[in-house]
Every structure is written in C-alpha cells, then in structure tokens.
Design a binder for this molecule. Structure first.
Ligand code: IVH
Length: 686
C-alpha cells in the first residue's frame, strides 16, 4: 500500500470506529467537531483521488444523485408477517399450539408441567414500530438493501439505507476472523421518539409539513428518491433476524445468530432475552410493557420466537406467518376521540397556549382528556374545528398530541378556533410578537396566571425548593391576594396560612419553616428562580460561575453576557432586558431584604486555577462518583467534556479505562489517575 492508501484506510477506520461506537454502542469516542474534521479530510483526499474511493468509505453514506425510480427486487427468502396475540389467554393458546405441533412432529421437548429445563425456549424482543428491511452482504460488503414490499418483492433502497450509520457498510471482523460469503440480515428501520419530536418542532417553526408519528416519519424518509434527504433524517436500524447465511456460519439458536450479528457490527435489541415456557413469556411481555413509556423509541408489542433454529425450520410456515413466532400486541398509541373545547392557558412568560379538551379516552393504558395544540399555526395546519373527531397520539412522556382530524366525521356548522384578543385570565391585551408563533398576554405580573406560574417556578425543586408549597396552595395564595410576588412568600403569617383550604396551624408552621430554610441558597439557584426568559438551570449555573456576584451580573453588558458559555444573542438580550427593568430590580431588592443569601464567591471565573482547561473523565473511581469529580473540577474553572480530542488538557483515567485512555495516549494528552486527581483537588481547597 502506498502512503496515501494507508492514510485513507486509517481515516476510514477511525471514522467507522466512531460511527460504530456512537450509533451502535451508544458510547461516543470523538467530539462531533473532530469527526467532522476527519470526515472533511477524507472527502478532500478522495476528491483528489477518485480512483481510491471504496464502496464502504464513510463518505459514501452522505447520499448521491437522485434516482428516477426504485428498482423492484424479489426476496430470495420471503419476508413474512407475524401472528398476533393480545392477552394472557391468546399467549397461552400460542404456547399450547406450538407444543402440540412439535409433539405431532415427534419432538417431545416439553416436560411435565413446571419442570424447569425441559420447557420450550423462546427468544423475546421488543416489536419495533418502524419498517422492515432486508440487507444483503457479500463477502462482508453491503451490496443491497430492500424494503419488505408485499413480502415477495420489495423496492431496492440501497442508497438510502447506506446513509444510516447503524448499518455497517462492511462487516466488522474481530481478530481478522473470516466473514460469511453470504449474509442476509433483516431488521427494523425506525426513528427514535426524541429525534422525531425535534424534527417535527423544526418543521413547525419552518412552517413545513410535519409527520404524524415516528413510523410515518421513518417511512417518508426511506421513500426519498434523493438519498441526500434520507441522510439528514435521524433513522436507526436494529437487526432481528438472519434470513440467509453461508453454511459454515450456521448457528443453532436465534440468540446465537443475534450474537453473531452483534459481533459483525449490528445493533441488536438491548432488551433481547431468552425465557422458558408460558410463564417466562408472560413475564417478559409484562416487564417490557411496564418499560414501554421509558424506551427511546415506539414499540407496538413483543416478538416471541422459538429459540432453536432447527425447531423453527421444522415448524415452518402457515399462510404468510411463521408457526414458530408470534407477536404480543400492546394497546395502540393512537386513538380516536372528540374535541370538546379549547382552553387558552397562560404560561409563566405570558405565552397563551391552546389546549384541547377531549372526550376522555384510554390511550396505551392511560386516560387522556387533554392534548396540546402548540400554537395557532398548529391549529391552522391541522384545520381542526370545535366538535371535530380527532386522532390523538400518546407515546412515552410526551404530552398527548392531535395527529389529524377525521374530516368524514365533521359535524355540520362547526366553528373555527380563534385566539382571544384579550387574556382569558386578566383581560390584558394579547399580542403576537413579530416573527414568533406565540401570542402573549401583555399583563406581566399583573396577570394572576403569570404570577402563579412565576411563583411555582420560584418554589420549584431546582429553584428555591420550598417544601410543602405545592401548586394548589400557590393558586390559593394568589387568588386570595396574599402573594403578589415571590418576596411576599416570606412575609406570610401563620394565621393567614392556617385559614386556607386544606391547611391547619401545623402545616402552616411547617411551611414557614421551609420558607426560612429556603433563604439559604446558591447564586445559581437564585438566578434560575428569577425566571428570566430562556435562562434554564444550566445557563443560570454558567452565569453564576462567570460573574460570581449578583451585582456584577446586574451590571453586565450584552458583550459580557455573550462571553458566558451557552449564552447567545437572544438569551443575552433577555438577561440584559430583565436587569434593566426597574420593576425587576425592585423585586430583587425586596427578595434580598427578606434575608435571602448565598455563599459569596470572591473569585471570578477568569481567576480560577483550571479556567480554560478541558478535562475528560473515564473509567471508574473509588472515592468519588463521576458527577462529584465533574462538579469539583468545574468549581475550579475546568470544562468537563465527554470525549477526548487534541484539545483535551487532561484525562483522568479511573479503573478499567478503555478507548478514551488509548485515544488520549495516541494524541499525547496528559493522563492522571484517581490518586493524582485527589491530590490536585486537595491542593486547591482552603
Ligand atoms: S421477526 C418471520 N422481530 O414486525 C418473522 N419482526 O409482523 C419475521 N418487527 O414486518 C419478523 N420488530 O417489521 C421480528 N424484533 C422483531 C421485530 C419485528 C418489529 C416487525 C417487522 C415485521 C413485522 C411482522
């Protein structure tokens, strides 16, 4: 190999390794900026030497010139669908049926009731809600990717699938082990929920078409004739079946087949589990159902497969479904209901948000009676009117959404939904700022709704963390005009509190005590509690660290504010405006007059010992957690990053440090162990 070829191979190897760690193992090894730099370097070299471009180069993932059509490709092994069961009864019937069919085949794998070890083994996985695709590898190279289509014939979407970084372009081979001559892998392409939400949010802001759910978004993204569009979509692939493999690589069980796929660089389900008999299956389905809302992607059930591949082959198929597998379906995440009314809620910063009141309906195990409508643009986009029948979707922790209107069921003479011109709470004028989708109540803290939200925010866990001061109590305090601003909380008297609903002298005293305790706080919490627009917990902490004192922050110029991490022009403007509004300054003085205090830090960030340094922590430490170490280093002014690059100032390697250590060593980044870190931290205390 020439020096250039070695350099190209090295760049590709590094980029592939990073993609694999990032997209398959979920354990990034390079900062994005470093990846991009290496990528551009490879692109430039390849542009100069097109004859040296290989089909598995990461540059080949970015998409190429649009196709005019997808070729139609017939599956060598048909892509089947699965039977369904919906409850314990159905599941029991499935197990009984396979047991009987196996017995008919003379396979008495079933022992007497309850006798462990002789029960039939199943491999269970989540049923991912995306699109099935088939990938063909020849001598370890991806040569073709096809959609399921009608199960016999699908569409060739190789170019699109190549853009997914969780699909290996060439199989990984540990220790240069030989690779199968032929491998056909099947799996699901899907879009994680958070990526879907983010994509829709972007589309809403840009006034573009949104997708109803992650599955449609994945389908729409794969159906692009221009693979450069697919490349921009956050799609993932998880493998769930080996459809064909060269004879010498055959394994005995589905689980082993999945393990082999994992070793060749595929992502397989982290929830895959082998269980025995009906009880094992039922617990798997129950446990997965309980986890469903927390998973980062949509699932519509569990897939249950006989683990033994020989038994699978002997059982074969019936119609278009395998006899050896079924899916246990969970309740749907989309349901149909009626929009009864729209309520306009006023938030902390005055934004007026339309909220749909629905005829209550069960969605995936939870009763839903409200859904967000985001803003008036969303109402226009959905073309939703009072009384409409709507499809709603609830998935994970995301607030239920209206997906679309069922126009065929629209009653006659429906009324359209309009934004009120005055605030439904305080009657102040409602206006829409230029370039914003949101309408705002102009009442500020005169508006009881904004006042309530401001006080809820002030009392919340990450702000003043006032125990016992709940939402209902705040509503009462504001409604009874006992509290107009956060400072008023500290002026409350036992008698006033004890007279409120669901309060008595004891709870009143407890609350006063909690208020007293809350007076001792930190500057970061104090800044966060003020509820300045766009200033979340992290920004508040950055501001506190940078300015050290409230007085300096109050007097900061836009230019100074822009110096702070994570503060851009818009946030800087909000902060500047906040501290230049006389009203707010009075509120601040009033709060301080109540005795709110925090430990003064005299040192400014510029003077801290580790200012300007970027540290990385890896491996496990004995005497402190990673979070503790991070906090301590940050207190000394260091920035703590997640991955090693040339710019890393120092790596702290705990026990069992892995790739980050190797990378630091190869880049010449200084490395210290836990003991040295402790010594350094000790030398900076006092
Ligand atoms: S196995 C012959 N495993 O479910 C069995 N399918 O109705 C082939 N699916 O179109 C399927 N997750 O898209 C299998 N872990 C999983 C799956 C899964 C999702 C989908 C697949 C297929 C449909 C079958």
């Amino acid at each position: 190999m020439t020096q250039l070829q070695t350099q190209l191979a090295d760049l590709r190897q590094q980029l592939n390794e990073h993609s694999y760690r990032y997209y398959v193992l979920d354990d990034p090894s390079l900062p994005d900026a470093e990846y991009d730099r290496l990528f551009r370097q490879l692109q430039e070299l390849e542009a100069k030497h097109p004859e040296l471009v290989t089909s598995d180069s990461p540059t080949q993932r970015v998409g190429s010139t649009p196709l005019s059509d997808f070729p139609s490709i017939s599956h060598q092994v048909p892509m089947l669908s699965l039977g369904n069961v919906f409850d314990a009864e159905g599941l029991q019937a499935f197990v009984k049926r396979v047991e009987r069919e196996l017995a008919d085949l003379g396979r008495a794998v079933i022992g007497e009731e309850g006798k462990e070890g002789e029960q039939l083994e199943f491999c269970c996985e989540p049923k991912l809600d995306g699109l099935a695709v088939s990938l063909l590898y020849q001598n370890g190279q991806l040569i073709q990717g096809v959609t399921r289509g009608d199960g016999q014939t699908g569409e060739g979407i190789t170019e699109n699938l190549k853009t997914l970084r969780s699909i290996p372009l060439s199989l990984r081979s540990a220790d240069n082990q030989p690779l199968p001559e032929l491998l056909e892998v099947r799996g699901e392409v899907y879009m994680p929920r958070s990526a879907f939400e983010a994509m829709n949010e972007q589309a809403r802001l840009a006034d573009e078409k949104t997708f109803a759910n992650p599955r449609n978004a994945a389908a729409g993204s794969l159906r692009q004739l221009d693979s450069r569009i697919t490349a921009t979509r956050p799609l993932e692939f998880t493998a769930y079946q080996v459809a064909q493999i060269s004879q010498d690589f055959a394994v005995k069980t589905h689980e082993k087949a999945m393990q082999a796929l994992k070793n060749w660089g595929f992502k397989i389900s982290p929830d895959l589990k082998v269980v025995k008999g009906y009880t094992g299956l039922q617990s798997f389905c129950d446990e997965l159902a309980a986890k469903r809302d927390q998973l980062p992607y949509d699932i519509d059930g569990a897939v249950l497969k006989i683990n033994d591949l020989r038994l699978q082959a002997e059982l074969g198929f019936r119609a278009r479904e395998p006899r050896w597998a079924t899916s246990f379906k969970y309740p749907a995440q989309e349901e149909i209901t009626r929009l009864l009314d729209v309520e306009f809620q006023v938030g902390r910063t005055g934004v007026v948000t339309p909220v749909a009141r629905l005829a209550p309906v069960q969605v995936a195990g939870v009763t839903v009676a409200n859904a967000t409508l985001h803003n008036m643009d969303e109402i226009a986009r959905l073309e939703v009117r009072f009384g409409d029948t709507v499809i709603i979707r609830r998935a994970g922790d995301v607030i239920p959404q209206i997906v679309r209107v069922v126009l065929e069921q629209r009653p006659t003479n429906t009324q359209s939904i309009i934004m009120p011109t005055s605030c439904p709470i305080c009657d102040s004028h409602v206006e829409r700022a230029e370039g914003e989708a949101a309408y705002r109540c102009t009442g500020g803290l005169y508006c009881p709704a904004q006042r309530k939200e401001a006080i809820k925010h002030f009392a919340s866990r990450k702000a003043f963390d006032i125990e016992g001061l709940g939402v209902k109590l705040i509503d009462q305090l504001v409604d009874n005009e006992l509290v107009k601003s956060p400072a008023d909380l500290y002026k409350l008297k036992v008698e006033q509190l004890a007279n409120l609903e669901r309060m008595a002298e004891k709870s009143a005293n407890n609350l006063l005590e909690a208020l007293e305790v809350s007076k001792k706080t930190t500057l970061a919490r104090f800044i966060y509690a003020l509820g300045i627009r766009e200033v979340g917990e992290a920004t508040a902490a950055n501001l506190a660290r940078y300015f050290g004192q409230l007085e300096t922050l109050k007097q900061a110029s836009i230019e100074q504010l822009l110096e702070v991490d994570d503060v851009g022009p818009i946030v800087a403007q909000h902060i500047y405006a906040f501290f230049n509004e006389p009203h707010n300054l009075t509120t601040l003085d009033d709060l301080l007059a109540q005795g709110i205090h925090w430990p003064e830090t005299q040192v400014r960030r510029e003077d801290l010992p580790l200012t300007g340094q970027t540290w990385v922590l890896t491996g496990s430490m004995q005497s402190l957690t990673r979070d503790q170490a991070k906090e301590k280093l940050e207190a000394l002014g260091a920035k703590v990053a997640g991955s090693v690059s040339k710019k890393t100032s120092q790596l702290v390697a705990g026990e069992a440090a892995g790739s980050k250590l190797t990378r630091a060593e190869s880049l010449g980044v200084p490395v210290m162990d836990e003991q040295q870190l402790l010594e350094l931290l000790a030398s900076h205390t006092n």
